[in-house]
Design a protein around this ligand. Structure first.
Ligand SMILES: [Zn+2]
Length: 292
């Protein structure tokens, strides 16, 4: 009998003795569902990890294909779900700078499908989430030297105008891993990072998900909702509410309803209505409020 075996037998004996007392029985009974729950969570996370490692590419259930050609590679073969919750935990700021120099939205009569973050030439640019590099290309009149990564959470991120790409297509990357250096290549005036977040090819304003000045996520999840307006046509105007996406706000230290109202541009009455709270409700730190 080896040491391990002795311990196990010992434990069984102890458990048997303990179970004699009704108090302990009660304790064990109460403990059991928690243990079971923990095990389920563990095995789910493990299964997910195994699936990702074994699958050809991340978010296999959402994307029918994997190609190294086009940023918006999804046509009629893609089924866009009516609603999809994207897990934002594990986010890493792509740049050392948090300054947005040009926001998402229509610009110079065309759609700016991402936002620009100030960087200096040579600044390290890192992956926003774990994922797999889909594209490493150069477009003289567009993105310049750019990288596209597909993530396990279903998002794809685009990093444009780089001076140097430091990853290869089909390479697995971790959140925070260096993928390139900041630059001014392509259609760009002044060094900056052009950063896009896309879901099945549909560009989503990154500020709905990320609070760049605070280098944090707005909430742990972001719920994408399909609307008529979603397909990114030239000139389509994604206003904060009209695009049908639901925005959330994570309560920070020192926040009040009036402050959140100012930040989000949503009236206090509307915030109360959406979150079934009153002006007298006490806000908890990290509480997630619906804003649309
Ligand atoms: Zn840009």
């Amino acid at each position: 009998m080896n040491f391990n075996c002795i311990i196990k037998t010992g434990l069984v004996a102890v458990a048997a003795m303990v179970s004699l007392s009704s108090f302990s029985q009660d304790l064990i009974a109460r403990q059991a569902p928690i243990d079971k729950k923990l095990k389920t969570v563990d095995s789910l996370a493990l299964q997910k990890q195994i699936r990702i490692e074994q699958s050809e590419y991340p978010a296999l259930s959402l994307y029918p294909t994997w190609n190294n050609q086009y940023v918006h590679a999804y046509g009629k073969d893609v089924i866009v779900p009516d609603s999809y919750t994207i897990d934002l935990t594990g986010f890493h700021m792509p740049t050392p700078s948090t300054k947005i120099t040009s926001p998402f939205g229509p610009r110079w009569r065309r759609m700016h499908n991402g936002l620009d973050l100030k960087v200096n030439i040579g600044d390290t640019i890192v992956a926003a989430f774990d994922g797999k590099v889909r594209i490493v290309k150069y477009e003289r009149k567009g993105y310049g030297k750019y990288v596209v990564i597909r993530h396990d959470n279903g998002l794809e991120t685009v990093y444009g105008h780089l001076s140097k790409q430091l990853v290869e297509e089909n390479q697995l990357v971790k959140a925070g891993e260096v993928i390139g250096l900041g630059g001014n290549t392509g259609r760009s005036t002044g060094s900056h990072l052009h950063f896009e977040t896309r879901f099945l090819g549909i560009a989503i304003n990154p500020v709905y998900m990320f609070d760049f000045p605070k280098q944090d996520i707005v909430a742990d999840t972001y719920t994408f909702r399909k609307t008529q307006r979603n397909p990114t046509r030239a000139g389509s105007h994604d206003t904060e509410v009209a695009d049908g996406t639901v925005r959330y706000y994570k309560v920070k230290s020192g926040d009040s309803l009036s402050r959140i109202s100012k930040i989000t541009g949503v009236s206090i009455t509307k915030l109360c209505e959406l979150n079934r709270i009153t002006t007298k409700s006490i806000l908890r730190l990290n509480q997630v409020l619906r804003c649309s």
